[in-house]
Design a protein. Sequence first.
Length: 325
Amino acid sequence: MASAQALGKALHREWARVHPVPVMAFTIRNRTLEQIARRALADWRNLPYDLLPLSGGPARRYWLARLAALACPRSPQAPDDPRALALLEQLEDRGWTEPLGLVSPEQAALMRQALQAQPCHDPYRPHLGDFPPDAVPSPETNMGYYRVDQLLAVPRLLGIFNHPLVLRVAELYLGCKPTIDNIGGWWSFAGRDAAKGTQWFHRDWDNIRAIKLFIYLTDTGPDDGPFEFVEASHRDERLVEINRMDDEKVAQTMADLPLRRFTGAAGMVFLADTFGVHRGLLPRAQSRLMVTAQYGIWRTPFTPPQPILPRQPGLDPYINRAVMR
């Protein structure tokens, strides 16, 4: 406890030195600086995560990310890959890419079957425990999540996350080798009354710079909870906030930016910079299953504190350091 208090006081002094805001009234992500210090001592990954709201808008974050990338390793110089360069241009310009074509419908079906046989959970209602995705115990549960260990056991999934094209695009975008992190997989259940959580427009404040890989494991039409992204909002200095945003606010503030809706068959794969304003729509017709992986500059608190997989031949240990020993 004494160490946490000392670190918290050091953060207080530094903040007071450069900011006129009374330090005791100051919070980040609704946490006091002493709470942030305690979280940092419990898990060092919490510190950059908790402080990220101070990084500001896209332009400032870009240069901070460039500085951070200088301390990270890079792959040996490889010949330019025309497709990787085209995808990089799409990310930089509009914030999302065309479908990558990495997963066949047959592979998506096998992955879906593997997860359908596993229980999921609602982290916002832990008292519900684990439940099958076709027997959700509460109508208040909009989404059912899988644990990282369940996802890493899905056949071929880690290989897709390590596809050379994806890793090359990620390294070009970040300026250093990426770290695969923040692996997620969840059902968005149809028939709910109102959007919740990530079904509201928001920005991801998980890393100073990152992109996310999305894989649809169910056919996803306009009424099945598709991903939506405000094009080029990853470069836009408006609505730089960590809170959820209502539809009207986004529509009025970013009326000049098109809203892109991602529909497609099971197996559709694409990349996006999710610092851009985005959401997953509330499904109306059928439930949607999606798997994601984030490629960032550093590790986040969204994987287990210790890697859970043994080292695997052919996979870069640095890129997989968040999940692989």
